[in-house]
Design a protein around this ligand. Structure first.
Ligand code: GLA
Length: 391
């Protein structure tokens, strides 16, 4: 089997409960769940007022917890030393690095004037780390869902996603857009999430045809958005828009980009071309999904990958190879489209395919990728999954 199996939410919850008991000798009274995400199209344009089309995936982060009558949170996670956070004072950025997502979310609740009770918690996850599948957004959104229960409130879904995004900005120092946290909170079975990143409104697009599958292929080249490449791309798009002189990328056309080309210089020109053409491709892809025009979706995904590789320069050899391997199999072999997904610089690709061919496609991609790189990839199939919730 080349397609790795997805653990169920129940089995992850059982593991988190058992580890909570083993680590802190506590029975859980609450379990929160949040999914990772994969993006079908609309890449690196969520911070440009664009449209994006992600889905929550059947890979989850699960937190089992119980209040502990103190003002301290004790939190354990697989393969990590347990940590303690003081909930009675302002959260500062600290170490280890992964705790900053938690610190940011705690501070978000404090900013809303909630007093958090102490608790013990244990985190289990089936979302591969550094794979461009939003393990950090799942941590923020799952943790926010747990804190909602601890203070006995339910935040508006959009407010919860924005609180999680702010945690990432202020505590993890990644100036991300809204896609990942929206996908992890608004996710729903059988639905893609079309996000209008200018209005901040999601619209659900049905994806329920069982004959279609989505394969995620993690190249196992780890990506790290905190190392500056992501922030640099975002800055390039801001510079591009300033040179165009319009208030939003949504008002910009390719004519505007050409008119500013000389002032922009080559790099900013190419970044700008990516933004404008990717917004166009995403709008077209949504239409194609709604009308079932899959040959067009394939072309749009291919165009998106090329643009991310050549103009936005966020791909890498291994992502290009994984996409090429899917494209070689082609329409006859059941591949409808493939591209890199997420922030890039490593991470995963997404392949839309016919379900009946999914195992054979994965087998071929797995074997050839491994033969050519010496790296064992991780491939799994997913359908759109539910967003963050309590069990
Ligand atoms: C990361 C960010 C998102 C988005 C993608 C690229 O996942 O967190 O906001 O910008 O990269 O589309």
């Amino acid at each position: 089997m080349s397609l790795s199996q997805n653990s169920t939410i129940d089995s992850l919850a059982d593991e988190a409960r058992a580890q909570l008991k083993a680590t802190f000798d506590v029975e859980s009274s609450l379990v929160a769940v949040a999914p990772g995400r994969v993006n079908l199209i609309g890449e690196h344009i969520d911070y440009c007022d664009g449209f994006v089309l992600p889905l929550a995936i059947e890979r989850y982060l699960v937190i089992a917890a119980r209040p502990n009558d103190s003002t301290t949170a004790r939190i354990g996670a697989s393969n990590l030393d347990p940590i303690e956070l003081d909930l009675s004072s302002r959260q500062e950025v600290g170490s280890p690095k992964w705790t900053n997502y938690l610190r940011g979310v705690i501070q978000g609740f404090m900013d809303l004037n909630y007093t958090l009770p102490g608790f013990d918690a244990y985190i289990s996850s089936s979302i591969p780390l550094g794979a461009g599948l939003s393990s950090s957004a799942a941590l923020e959104c799952g943790f926010a869902t747990l804190l909602e229960a601890l203070v006995d409130t339910v935040l508006d879904t959009k407010d919860k996603a924005l609180l999680a995004q702010k945690a990432e900005h202020d505590y993890a120092d990644v100036p991300c857009g809204i896609m990942d946290q929206f996908a992890s909170t608004f996710g729903a079975s059988d639905q893609l999430i079309l996000i209008d990143c200018r209005s901040g409104e999601p619209e659900m697009v049905p994806f329920s045809d069982p004959s279609l599958s989505i394969i995620v292929a993690n190249t196992n080249i780890s990506h790290d958005l905190t190392d500056g490449g992501y922030a640099a791309r975002r800055k390039d798009t801001e510079d591009g828009l300033a040179l165009i002189g319009k208030p939003s990328w949504r008002d910009a056309t390719m004519e505007d980009v050409y008119a500013a080309q000389e002032k922009m210089g080559d790099r900013i020109f190419r970044r700008s071309r990516h933004v404008v053409t990717e917004i166009g491709r995403t709008i077209e892809a949504v239409e194609a999904f709604k009308s079932g025009d899959f040959s067009n979706i394939g072309k749009l995904m291919e165009g998106s990958h090329r643009s991310l590789r050549d103009d936005f320069e966020v791909s890498c050899d291994e992502l290009d190879l994984m996409v090429a391997l899917a494209q070689e199999i082609g329409f006859e072999g059941g591949v409808l489209g493939a591209r890199m997904t997420g922030g890039g610089f490593g991470g995963s690709t997404v392949t839309l395919c016919r379900s009946s061919d999914a195992e054979a496609i994965a087998q071929q991609m797995h074997t050839r990728y491994q033969a050519q790189t010496g790296i064992t990839p991780l491939l799994f199939a997913t359908r759109p999954a539910p967003g963050a919730h309590l069990l």
